[in-house]
Design a protein around this ligand. Structure first.
Ligand code: SF4
Length: 365
């Protein structure tokens, strides 16, 4: 709380300093901004899709997904009507699948309540599923030119450094104070560009993990943390809870060139996606084979793999198991390579085993 009070005092003292920043930042943005597909024709739909994809995902990883998504679903209406399998396939590998499910819920709400156009109002945008204050601010300012801030982790980091504030940026009062500050800093014109310039600075210059490129920074002369040589220590964030570790055994069960896939439950982690047989614990080859319950022709041990979710870490081991006569029950299918590639969405948590499966298909040719 002491740090929050200090931050509030520091904000009052910094008004003059902060007023100098927008023109410097906009000039830098005009010369240095990366050319990104969502910055061309920034329609509300295009900005929205890009902002959702960019949550927890790097720009380079998003690029191919963005183009593919927009050409398959070019409008809010197309997104609202897309079958779930199509939606999940377009998102396959991006992770955090609830993002795309919420986008579809929001698209349906936009069709029903807003005549198919994302509303030109921060307050209405933030009511839509999956759209938080940051995304609403980004769409409202970039696509509609509305005077609202868009404050994400990048912006919180930059502001902590400008102000040399050690207030914990994960605390809601700190975030609110910074949102109010950016609101005051918004220039009279080019609000969307200003918000994007802040994001761009955070993504390309004022980098996280103690690695800012201060020598390339357009506002280095106004930055208190740089002056004191402590930019790398900021922002301050409360430590996250340690992740829970889970051991899993992944079975690539194959027969006559097909792989057995099962559908995950409709709720919870990776809800509704397809996966290989996936068992709790680390099983021996014998235990894994016994689990199939049918004659097994061969079992090959595959390498270990891990996948980190936000709260859980999977430590996996795997086996390639050749069987014959396995009749799938429940939500299971046998998929050949074409069906696997075109129809079924298998999350990137299994990517090591998916690579080995493709290798298996390659070897079969
Ligand atoms: S001077 Fe360094 S720490 Fe300060 S805003 Fe620029 S890059 Fe970030």
């Amino acid at each position: 709380m002491k740090e929050v009070l200090k931050l509030e005092q520091s904000l009052q003292q910094a008004q003059e300093l902060l007023a100098q920043i927008p023109p410097l930042l906009l000039t830098w943005y005009d010369h240095s901004a990366r050319i990104l597909p969502w910055r061309q024709q920034p329609t509300p739909y295009r900005v929205w899709v890009s902002e959702i994809m960019l949550q927890q995902t790097r720009v380079s990883a998003v690029m191919p997904y963005y183009e593919r998504f927009l050409s398959a679903l070019p409008t809010v209406g197309a997104l609202a009507d897309a079958p779930e399998e199509v939606l999940l396939k377009l998102w396959e590998g991006l992770g955090y699948y609830n993002r795309v499910r919420n986008m579809q819920k929001a698209a349906r709400a936009v069709m029903e309540q807003h005549g198919g156009e994302l509303p030109a109002s921060f307050e209405e945008l933030v009511k839509l599923p999956g759209i938080g204050e940051y995304t609403a601010g980004a769409v409202a300012s970039i696509a509609y030119g509305l005077r609202v801030p868009a404050v994400d982790g990048n912006v919180l980091r930059i502001l902590s450094r400008w102000l040399l504030s050690r207030a914990d940026v994960t605390m809601p009062p700190v975030k609110r104070a910074y949102q109010a500050l950016v609101q005051q800093m918004l220039p009279a014109e080019r609000v969307g560009d200003f918000n994007q310039a802040l994001m761009e600075l955070g993504a390309t210059v004022c980098l996280p993990n103690g690695d800012p490129l201060c020598e390339s920074c357009p506002v280095a002369g106004l930055c208190r943390a740089r002056e004191r040589g402590c930019a790398a220590e900021l922002p301050v964030k409360a430590p996250k809870k340690p992740r829970r570790e889970e051991k899993r055994t992944i079975l690539l069960v194959v027969s006559e060139g097909k792989v057995l896939l099962t559908k995950r439950p409709a709720n919870g982690l990776l809800a509704g996606l397809w996966e290989y047989l996936n068992l709790e614990g680390h099983l021996s080859a014998q235990e894994a084979a016994a689990h199939c319950g049918v004659p097994v022709s061969s079992v090959r041990r595959l390498g270990a793999a891990k996948h980190i979710f936000s709260h859980i870490e999977w430590k996996m081991r795997g086996y390639l198991i050749q069987v014959s006569g396995f009749t799938p029950q429940g939500e299971c299918v046998w998929a050949d390579q074409l069906q696997f590639e075109e129809q079924y969405s298998v999350p990137s948590a299994f990517q090591q085993y998916t690579k080995l499966l493709r290798q298996y298909w390659e070897d079969q040719r």
